[in-house]
Design a protein around this ligand. Structure first.
Ligand code: ATP
Length: 360
């Protein structure tokens, strides 16, 4: 029997609560399937470690997880460590060297969930946002001079490479092709940013020729926010830069009902390195330790992990279990207006998995 080795990194805040729920659901999934198992290795990397030792992970951290089949990540961030230190010290320190350049964020209104958009339900909002995850505005190029002096100056240079743009466009077009509507929207800002964003548009048009069966259009990022809220049904697959997609996907998560539901996959499509799966929410300090964190974002990220591992039946089964549970309002956590606890939702998903009699 195949055993998948998974590196579990709960990180900070509610990370440990949602990751232990995720591990429980994944084990229940493997048990129901019978064809594979999981071996989890847990890593205590995060802000507490940083405060004690000065580093979020050990020097050889990446070597410890390089050979794992996948990484399950919780969240990173504490109030007394600056956000940029945490982001670059842990999440980006894994994503960038492991070349997880395709960040995939599906958004759907799950059964039983009410969108803040009036009159919008399931079929009208079914998107996948593809975020360029390796360069652009988060390339880390820039610096500060004359610190603390009146003439202080700082730059953050967004860095786009032809190779980086072409590979994310190819990934997005291929993903759009795999979905029923075969429709891609390329988000840009080439009216104001006349160098990198114009190259981004040109490469999109070039790659589009390789995918004649995919229809595509182009949208300025500012106008995109209006289209997402006013005409959600006109969108399907979306590709955007690191910064634009970061912002748009938080909007997407809110429109789909709660930040606590939204999943993401940081993929290294060539599989040279392990890919990383995580809920998109942060550490959520206001609810830490209360046992009410919504684990659905982690469960849905686990579905994406199962798909990546090549277990489509188990992935579909876990997604069915999630949808069965969200459809029952008595199993909604407080972020969805309910009273359920993390443990109730987790048990219900595990029970649904055990009781799922569909063959695939
Ligand atoms: P970050 O900067 O790390 O992304 P943030 O401050 O932007 O974090 P979150 O920590 O995700 O955002 O929290 C935003 C709000 O959403 C908080 O009120 C939090 O309690 C709520 N929230 C986030 N995730 C969950 C979850 N899984 N379950 C319930 N509530 C959540």
């Amino acid at each position: 029997m195949k055993t998948y080795r998974i590196a579990a990194i709960p990180g900070d805040g509610i990370g440990s609560e949602v990751i232990s729920a995720g591990v429980e659901a994944l084990n229940a999934c493997a048990k129901r399937d019978g064809g594979f198992a999981f071996a989890f290795d847990h890593f205590d990397w995060g802000s507490e470690r940083y405060k004690k030792t000065g580093a979020f992970m050990p020097d050889n951290g990446r070597d410890l997880i390089r050979k794992h089949d996948a990484i399950l990540f919780g969240s990173a961030g504490v109030p007394d460590v600056p956000d940029h230190v945490t982001l670059w010290g842990l999440r980006l320190a894994i994503c960038q060297p492991f070349d997880q350049y395709a960040n995939v964020r599906p958004t759907r209104i799950l059964p039983g969930i009410v969108s803040p958009l009036r009159n919008v339900s399931g079929p009208e909002l079914d998107w996948v946002i593809v975020r360029e995850n390796s360069e652009g505005e988060y390339a880390g190029v820039g610096g500060r001079v004359h610190r603390g002096l009146p003439e202080e100056a700082a730059t953050d240079v967004s860095m786009f490479t032809r190779a980086g743009v072409a590979r994310i466009m190819r990934f997005a077009f291929a993903l759009a092709r795999s979905r029923p509507r075969k429709f891609l929207t390329v988000v840009t800002k080439s009216n104001a940013q006349r160098h990198a964003m114009v190259m981004w548009d040109e490469i999109a048009a070039e790659v589009a020729r390789e995918f004649p069966d995919v229809t595509w259009d182009k949208m300025l990022v500012d106008a995109m926010t209006m289209r997402m809220t006013l005409k959600p049904e006109t969108l399907d697959t979306i590709v955007a830069t690191n910064l634009h997609a970061d912002i748009l996907s938080d909007l997407a998560a809110a429109l789909a009902g709660s930040l606590g539901i939204a999943p993401t996959a940081n993929l290294n499509p060539e599989r040279t390195f392990p890919s990383m799966f995580e809920p998109i929410h942060g550490s959520a300090f206001d609810i830490i330790g209360k046992g009410i964190a919504n684990p659905i974002g982690t469960f849905w990220s686990s579905v994406m992990m199962l798909e990546h591992l090549g277990e489509p039946s188990a992935a579909a089964r876990l997604m069915r279990a999630i949808e069965k549970v969200t459809a029952d309002k008595s199993l909604h956590t407080p972020d969805l207006g309910g009273k359920a606890r993390t443990a109730d939702v987790t048990k219900a998903v595990c029970d649904a998995l055990a009781g799922d009699n569909q063959a695939n």
